[in-house]
Ligand binder design. Sequence first.
Ligand SMILES: NC(=O)c1ccc[n+]([C@@H]2O[C@H](COP(=O)([O-])OP(=O)(O)OC[C@H]3O[C@@H](n4cnc5c(N)ncnc54)[C@H](OP(=O)(O)O)[C@@H]3O)[C@@H](O)[C@H]2O)c1
Length: 303
Amino acid sequence: MKYLITGANGMLASALCPILTERGNEVISTDINAPEMNALDVRDSEGVMSFFRKNRPEVVMHLAAATDMDMCQKNPEDTYAINARGVRNVACACKEVSAEMVYVSTGAVFDGKKDGPYIESDRTNPLNIYGETKLAGEHFLQDILKKHYIFRAGWIIGGFEKDIKFVGKTLELLRTRKELNMVSDRFGSPTCVEDFSRNMLKIVEAGLYGLYHLVNKGGCSRYDMAKKIVNFLGRDDIKITPIRNIDYPSVTPRARTEIMTNHKLQEAGMDDMVSWEKALHNYLEKLKSKKLLDRVMLGDGVA
Ligand SMILES: NC(=O)c1ccc[n+]([C@@H]2O[C@H](COP(=O)([O-])OP(=O)(O)OC[C@H]3O[C@@H](n4cnc5c(N)ncnc54)[C@H](OP(=O)(O)O)[C@@H]3O)[C@@H](O)[C@H]2O)c1
């Protein structure tokens, strides 16, 4: 199959693209700021349309997005242009060339008021600009293109050198600090990029269009994740202190819980996602074997 990826220089694509290639697919990688890839800004509707007409992909994996939640909160117009109108531009171009479209959305579409994990049919009510614009993207896609897939991911784990999210940031902090405060009363579903990519492709290859939650099993707080990381590192000298969300300074309102379950996949007997603990452990093992944990395991650099 001929796949086109937007946002191909990002964390998720770093796992997805090699898997697509290893399965013998043709992959056209595009991103906004990556010199080694085709330049494609999803805000540019004419540019997107002409690129699609020229390259005629069969399946488009739309990963491009503004993902820094605080930046999104401070720049709502540009965030809407990327995360919502960008989806519209890509969906219209998919329609023009008869391509299927895959869109990755988020648990930030929920308000966190539910007791228990969210399933696909639960009411959405985002609390921040990122969640609002990603949800608007879902709606554009559902309105424009029949043959679509929407996969809601949780807190992304992975990316190795491109890891700009929680695990990467925590490891970076632990290079120089022995004490960290971590929020313990806000919850989400970690989502490993490899597990996510493989299971997403399974559904796409089976042609099962629709909206899915796709996260590792279980849920946790940032405090829980940080404790697991420190245990893995074997660093008894590091102190992780639980703090309340309300005491964590941020411009972005966040839901108390974004924990999701893969309800539709469970119903179909297709939920092969492992627990978040296993997913995190597997990722840390891979970082270790790539020698990316050496300094932090030794405590080298800690004052
Ligand atoms: N990360 C998470 O925790 C998380 C959770 C749930 C869902 N998701 C969704 O999963 C998808 C992939 O996320 P990710 O974690 O791989 O994020 P990422 O690492 O931030 O990758 C997104 C990529 O999109 C690019 N991009 C930004 N604006 C663009 C534009 N106007 N046109 C084309 N490309 C543009 C970014 O380039 P620059 O870096 O140069 O801006 C980046 O390379 C996104 O749709 C995201 O919303 C992410």
